[in-house]
Write a protein that binds this ligand. Sequence first.
Ligand code: KIV
Ligand code: NA
Length: 278
Amino acid sequence: KKPLNIVKMKKMKENKEPITMVTAYDYPSALLAEEAGVDMILVGDSLGNVVLGYNSTIPVTLDDMVYHSRSVARGAEHTFIVADMPFMTYHGSIDESLRGVRRLMQEGHAHAVKLEGGAEIADTVRTIVSAGVPVLGHIGLTPQSVNQIGGFRVQGKDAQDAKRLLEDAKALEKAGAFAVVLELVTEEVAEAISRELSIPTIGIGAGRGCDGQVLVFHDIVQYASPYIPKRFVKTYSDVGSLVRESIANYVKEVKERSFPAQEHVFTAEDGVVESLYG
Ligand code: KIV
Ligand code: NA
């Protein structure tokens, strides 16, 4: 399978074919996402929450993003990979921003980067794009600014806010972004933005009018993400319970001496066994 690219993505919008994106953070999650046939993988800084156990994305560093991105790249060699620029790595000098982009691509093996923000970061987006790097925008609820926003609030609820979001989306398109993530935006406003832009919109909690959808891996399969019911998420399985039960059974069997059993042990007749890994 050939990975998707940003030219095909725009065609998908024109053909009204929904674009699918899921986050992944390491080798196994990337392998599973690719095998499941997702169009794009996001190495999201949501890894701060669901993998590293922080209560926001703010503590996530560029080193964290590079480390996770390169493990994802090893698991999904045939999928378009976008990596998040973490908190405060693209608001200083342009040199600093470009250094971060370089690391995510050269060391993290990402194909594109995502930045949170609208018109105020358009110049930065334009410079990154002019270096040959595809940029995914991200507006609406932008978790890196949660302390300024004052919580996880739905965006675009009044005419002024809707107008601002549309202007931000247009500024990103004009700066050369290949697509824009709309997070926690009212369905009406997200639909209007999707109609106005020629580049695809990728929604999360932004309704049915977007050109694509993105969800967090751990939310889809309920993999021990601290369980907060989120209206915009659909959970398709409960992997967390399965893992917990499996480990509990292992613990129980060791305690009652039913594991290891006859078939798991070696005798003097055994020679070389299968290698541990690979
Ligand atoms: O980090 C992330 O997972 C994201 C998505 C929610 C869009 O930015
Ligand atoms: Na993110």
